[in-house]
Design a protein around this ligand. Structure first.
Ligand SMILES: [Cu+2]
Length: 133
């Protein structure tokens, strides 16, 4: 008789636990965040990197917009040597030095703002900006 009573109590307790556990999950709250994060991920630009082509005699694109922490890589093309050098007025200081075709230079921008730069041999016709948001 005692054993039978204990098992009925345990069975009742087990049923109570299983009933309680199914109630919160029935809300389906776990599917809601997954659906909301998916559109945000698709609208974000290529994470962490931007490319600028340095040709004779221009930076392409002349205006680049990135996010803080992104790295910009300049690729040097064309027979004439060029540089990507921050202007004196720029608070972000970088200088590729004068490079020939086939070379690359990368710089990671950690601070927000618009930073203007130029080419050392051609400062009047080769100007561009990096905007960090
Ligand atoms: Cu140049």
């Amino acid at each position: 008789m005692r054993i039978l009573k204990i098992t009925t109590v345990l069975a009742a307790a087990a049923m109570a636990i299983s009933c309680n556990s199914t109630t919160p999950t029935a809300g389906g709250s776990s599917t809601a965040p997954t659906a909301s994060t998916a559109p945000g991920a698709t609208t974000a630009p290529t994470a962490g990197a931007a490319a600028v082509t340095v040709s004779d005699f221009k930076f392409e694109p002349a205006a680049t917009t990135i996010k803080a922490g992104d790295t910009v890589t300049w690729t040097f093309k064309g027979p004439t040597a060029h540089s990507a050098t921050s202007d004196d007025s720029s608070t972000e200081k970088f200088d590729s030095t004068v490079m020939g075709a086939g070379k690359t230079f990368s710089y990671k921008f950690m601070n927000k703002g618009t930073f203007s730069y130029h080419c050392i041999p051609h400062p009047t016709n080769m100007k561009a900006t990096i905007t960090v948001q």
